[in-house]
Ligand binder design. Structure first.
Ligand SMILES: CC(C)C[C@H](NC(=O)C[C@H](N)C(=O)O)C(=O)O
Length: 310
């Protein structure tokens, strides 16, 4: 078994002029997560590191760069899950927090609950010494532009949604065979205030179980929740499917049953991994042994040497 970290940076349409930044972002996050594994860190440490880096990157729909809700504000959802004891932590509809994924981990580590929402989550952050940031600091010119475009008369909401991507997520397996997942998002563009998507819902935005594997999802949240996409994929792995076939089966079911599109990254405890999507694109990267793998378009799979094998 070789430790691995696999990162996704959203399954929406990526405009050409932003594709290089998306590629660079997921590659750098996969390297950062892999560096944690190489130092002997846990799969949980690795996924939180990779996702934090993508939250800080304004090109992705998480943390700084999140899409705006109908009122022009950022509200973010995030989840982590540890495959060892099926512990999980999530936050939903949080504002003013630079790294919701780290707050989700604190919910898992420091409370007896699995999900905190809105002001309660913010108060918990304060009590944990997590600093709050001005809400404007999470808003980019691009996200404000997309928000305005979407409100304009005659706007095509489907086009606008697809034009703004990048929920972020990661799955990993460490040297001890522990699996973990982390997913973080600003949600859907121009969503209602208070809308909670799939991301913080266990089994939808992610799932991790050392006996089966781990999944992080992106895509149309209301569809992902209907089919509990992450858990559905792991059910297929339990039934003996490869991580790749199981991911395809889950995505195909979501498409045929409820018309939903999305993308996933999946690992099993043996270190097999897959990145699959039913959208036109998904930014992804994986690091294992001495190789960085990455891609953006269907069928695209590029590799680069990592130099220093684990
Ligand atoms: C149009 C879709 C495919 C774009 C996709 N969005 C999400 O993943 C949103 C998240 N699952 C939610 O519903 O809150 C993205 O950010 O790439």
């Amino acid at each position: 078994m070789f430790p691995v970290v696999v990162v996704q940076g959203g399954a929406g349409h990526i405009p050409k002029e932003r594709s290089e930044n998306s590629r660079a972002g997921v590659c750098s996050a996969a390297r950062a997560g892999y560096a944690v594994l190489r130092r002997g860190g846990s799969s949980m440490d690795a996924v939180v590191e990779a996702v934090s880096q993508l939250e800080n990157n304004p090109f992705f729909n998480a943390g700084c760069g999140s899409v705006l809700n109908i009122r022009g504000e950022v509200e973010m959802d995030a989840i982590v899950m540890d495959g060892k004891r099926l512990d999980s932590g999530a936050v939903s509809a949080v504002r003013n927090i630079a790294n919701p994924i780290q707050l989700a981990r604190l919910v898992m580590d420091k409370t007896s609950h699995t999900c905190l929402t809105a002001e309660g989550a913010n108060r918990f952050a304060r009590s944990m010494g997590v600093s709050e940031v001005p809400p404007e600091s999470l808003i980019t010119d691009y996200s404000r532009m997309r928000w305005k475009e979407n409100l304009a008369p005659g706007a095509n909401p489907v086009d606008s949604q697809m034009g703004k991507m990048g929920t972020v997520g990661a799955v990993a397996v460490d040297a001890e065979g522990n699996v973990a997942c982390a997913t973080s998002t600003g949600g859907m563009l121009n969503k209602m205030e208070g809308r909670v998507g799939d991301t913080p819902c266990i089994g939808s935005g992610g799932f991790a179980d050392n006996q089966v594997g781990a999944v992080s999802t992106t895509g149309h949240g209301e569809s992902i929740v209907k089919v509990t996409l992450a858990r559905l994929i792991l059910f297929h792995v339990e039934q003996g499917q490869s991580v790749e076939a199981a991911s395809d089966l889950g995505l195909a079911y979501m498409k045929s049953r409820v018309g939903g599109l999305g993308g996933v990254v999946t690992v099993d405890p043996q270190g097999h991994w897959a990145t699959r999507f039913s959208t036109r694109q998904m930014a992804w990267a994986a690091a294992q042994k001495d190789t960085l793998h990455y891609g953006l378009y269907t069928g695209e799979h590029l590799t680069q040497s990592l130099g220093d094998p684990l």
